[in-house]
Design a protein around this ligand. Structure first.
Ligand code: B1M
Length: 210
């Protein structure tokens, strides 16, 4: 097993100490940091993703893998500060106003980040005005909103209306998700897409960005 494959395996297993050791060995051995990212760290999450989708892995395990991946990323990042880090595109994401649930949103952020997107995470309780400011500042391809409460779902509609009023609606694809959100609801409020889980969010973003 090559060391990059071992690194991918350690990410998959959520073994952050293993990831730390192997990443250090690779750095000291002179492996290209971009290779460490693509063939080690991201490759590990590529093993995780379909297993999460098929129900073979669960949320806590995915979180551990994502954390392990981030451990390696943090070690490699300083080495590529001057290089062009390949980014698939920019995604802005947040949990809508009035809603403090962020476990699912964070999972989506981790999966998108590990798939190579630049993710701007606005956090929780995000009002429409903050989404709009972020769209103006980052010019993303996709804006994602999460809601876990039936009472905060209408905030998704508010944000879309506000984007429309600001003349920004056509500059960005909008995806929505969260336990009470459905494809029907997404259609009703004029979102471009609905993602039932983090993997579906990744697939939709890949479709919109390419
Ligand atoms: Co709250 N809560 N909660 N809660 N909470 C629910 C959502 C609830 C269903 C529980 C229940 O009553 N059975 C209920 C909502 C009922 C309703 O609206 N009809 C509820 C309630 C009522 C409340 C409070 C009002 C309780 C109170 O104070 N009286 C309060 C509201 C606070 C607020 O937000 N203003 C509240 C508070 C909390 C805690 C703070 C205690 C905590 C949140 C901690 C945190 O997030 N940091 C909490 C939790 C943990 C839950 C439950 C138990 C679990 C939610 C969760 O994290 N699931 C939840 C019950 C449940 O869902 N079974 C519940 C795991 C997570 C991985 O799944 O978030 O669905 P999920 O994310 C998935 C997909 O939905 C999707 O991908 C994720 C990964 O696959 N997804 C996206 C999510 N966002 C996406 C965005 C995308 C794409 C996909 O694109 C942008």
């Amino acid at each position: 097993m090559s060391t990059l494959t071992q690194l991918a395996d350690a990410v998959f297993k959520g073994d952050f100490l293993g990831v730390k050791d192997i990443t250090q060995q690779l750095i000291e051995g002179g492996t290209d940091p971009i290779e460490i990212i693509n063939q080690g760290l991201i490759e590990g999450m590529n093993i995780v993703a379909p297993k999460f989708k098929s129900g073979e892995m669960f949320v806590p395990e995915v979180m551990m893998s994502a954390r392990a991946m981030h451990t390696g990323m943090e070690m490699v990042k300083p080495l590529i500060a001057d290089q062009d880090v390949p980014s698939k595109g920019t995604i802005i994401i947040g949990t809508v106003a009035g809603d403090l649930h962020d476990i699912g949103k964070n999972l989506v952020v981790m999966i998108l980040g590990s798939a190579g997107f630049k993710v701007v995470d606005l956090g929780v309780d995000v009002p429409a005005a903050k989404f709009i400011d972020a769209v103006k500042e980052h010019n993303p391809q996709v804006l994602g909103m999460s809601a876990l409460l039936t009472t905060t779902m209408p905030m998704m509609q508010n944000t879309i209306n506000a984007l429309q009023e600001a003349g920004l609606r056509d500059t960005v694809k909008i995806i929505v998700g969260g336990a009470p959100v459905s494809q029907d609801f997404a259609d009703k409020i004029g979102a471009d897409g609905f993602a039932a889980d983090a993997m579906a969010a990744k697939e939709i973003c890949e479709k919109y960005v390419n």
